[in-house]
Design a protein around this ligand. Structure first.
Ligand SMILES: *Cc1c(COP(=O)(O)O)cnc(C)c1O
Length: 230
């Protein structure tokens, strides 16, 4: 079941790329496996999928331990500083950095484990009160500070758009994130490459791709609805 769902989403990703005149190889479809069993991940792994997203440190670590080591794990959830040490050498990309203090902890732990940390800065472009992430206006200042940390490399921006029935409503937020990345890139800050936008989920990944998403994070569309009461 998850394999068919994945293929369906992948086909939609390709169609959105075609519509936008983009190369489908430039968009990474992250299978967001949070709350879902290892067996689902194994099924997709056997199908060739390597990019998986988790939002909880403990769950990511548990899955990491038992699954093949060539999986690229994406940390997409709010990250507490005291938990950075558990994932720093296990994740390909941390999508959810929203403070200098968190980035400083990532720097310290990266040095200890002798790794380089690729991160995205999370921006709350829609200004939703319930969401983590920086305000648009404070993003450049934070990027300039994080850029001074030698083992932390800012690769782009991430946003979580509001839950909407009609994904067209989120187009404006995807445009805003892209414009912010363009503005920051124009500053040519050392140790900052604004190559990647992580935006778009099950309800709005097609629109996000049309607006330039490089990573789309799809959970429900691949694995089905989540049951948090298990
Ligand atoms: C859960 C989650 C997703 C996936 O959401 P779906 O709507 O199930 O596709 C994407 N991004 C983040 C940050 C998430 O926490």
């Amino acid at each position: 079941m998850v394999t068919e769902n994945y293929d369906h989403v992948k086909a939609q990703v390709e169609e959105a790329c075609k519509k936008a005149g983009r190369n489908p190889d430039d968009v990474v479809l992250i299978a967001v496996s949070k709350t879902k069993p290892v067996s689902d991940i194994e099924e997709l792994y056997a199908h060739g999928v390597r990019d998986f997203g988790e939002n909880k440190v403990q769950e990511l670590v548990e899955k990491y331990e038992v699954l093949p080591k060539d999986i690229r794990w994406h940390m997409i959830g709010h990250l507490q500083r005291n938990k950075v040490k558990y994932i720093i050498d296990k994740v390909a990309l941390i999508h959810s950095v929203d403070s200098l203090r968190l980035a400083e902890t990532i720097e310290e732990e990266a040095v200890k484990k002798q790794v380089e940390a690729d991160i995205l800065v999370e921006v709350n472009v829609a200004q939703e009160e319930s969401k983590f992430g920086l305000q648009t206006g404070e993003t450049l200042g934070l990027v300039e500070e994080i850029a001074k940390l030698p083992h932390v490399h800012i690769r782009g921006l991430m946003t979580i758009a509001p839950f909407v029935e009609n994904e067209e409503e989120n187009r404006i937020y995807f445009q805003k994130l892209r414009q912010l990345a363009v503005d920051i890139r124009a500053k040519n800050i050392d140790n900052v490459t604004m190559d990647f936008l992580s935006m778009g989920m099950t309800g709005d990944y097609r629109t996000a791709i049309e607006e330039g998403a490089d990573y789309v994070r799809v959970g429900t569309g691949i694995f089905g609805a989540r049951d948090y009461n298990r």
